[in-house]
Design a protein around this ligand. Structure first.
Ligand SMILES: [Fe+2]
Ligand SMILES: [Fe+2]
Length: 170
């Protein structure tokens, strides 16, 4: 793919072409996960009714920008690794657990859905970190800092759930 001499070391070297393709595929999946999370968080930051929903709605509103930033970072890294950021027709949704609840006051449903989404991201990003360790330090570093964001999101919503459980609401 590279038209000039490729670097002799690192993930951009000819020798690492197969690993590069593998990392691009993983980043592409991660990109779609973030895009779907943005969609789900927008809906769930607008739909809920009630006093109890307000904290959750505000947190989701802030998270949307962070998740969007993650998607943009993944897209940029895909390009740097000679991949192509896919078009929207390649998207297929997976977040069954983050669909709008029957009742728009059902905040617990949303909190549990967010925890599931963040857990999925944490698990998958840990896999990418393993796959890039010692091979692609730049992607590795990026993933570690994004993983920290996701762990923070998960911890926050876990705290919301604890409160609902303590109050017998979940
Ligand atoms: Fe994210
Ligand atoms: Fe997140």
């Amino acid at each position: 793919m590279a038209t000039h001499t490729s670097p002799s070391a690192g993930i951009l070297s000819d020798e690492h072409r197969p690993q590069r393709a593998e990392i691009v595929a993983m980043l592409t999946k991660a990109y779609w996960m973030e895009i779907e999370t943005v969609m789900s968080y927008i809906a769930n930051s607008v739909n809920p009714d009630g006093v109890r929903a307000q904290e959750v709605v505000e947190s989701l509103r802030l998270d949307i920008q962070e998740e969007l930033g993650h998607a943009q970072q993944f897209a940029a890294r895909i390009k740097e690794l000679y991949g192509i950021v896919p078009g929207s027709l390649e998207f297929s949704p997976e977040q069954t657990y983050l669909q709008p609840p029957e009742e728009q006051t059902d905040v617990v449903h949303i909190v549990k859905g967010v925890i599931e989404a963040e857990t999925g991201a944490i698990e998958y990003y840990n896999r990418i970190i393993k796959a890039t360790e010692g091979i692609d330090p730049v992607t590795d570093d990026m993933m570690i800092s994004i993983l920290r964001d996701e762990e923070g999101h998960r911890r926050l919503f876990e705290g919301f759930l604890r409160e609902y459980q303590a109050n017998g609401l979940a």
